[in-house]
Design a protein around this ligand. Sequence first.
Ligand code: 6RY
Length: 115
Amino acid sequence: CTKKAKMAKDNTNGLAMCRVLLAELEAHQDAWPFLTPVNHKAVPGYRKVIKKPMDFSTIREKLANNQYLNLETFIIDVNLVFDNCEKFNEDDSEIGRAGHNMRRFFDERWTELLM
Ligand SMILES: Cc1ncccc1N[C@@H](C)c1ccc2c(c1)OCCO2
């Protein structure tokens, strides 16, 4: 098994994990604020404040279009969802709390799968 073949296998395993993790994020009861792109017409100020919007449906699309090189590039986009949420929402708000819960769930899950 060449080094290149091992790399290819790792990426395949990594992308299988992305699919598992994304399905679990989408199924989580606190996922509702993150399932679709924030409609900046419905949320005043969002487009100005959040420079790189991201949501689970966009991640789903990127995964389907093979736009994630590996698990790392996928984790960067998932963390972007939660970082945007923290930037825009009060910690003590419905959406803010959902973001913290989802980040905690995600961090626990991917470390479980990798360890
Ligand atoms: C993740 C996030 N951060 C900041 C604002 C919104 C959102 N989510 C959108 C889907 C959303 C969530 C809840 C809403 C809404 C839009 O539009 C108005 C009614 O309540």
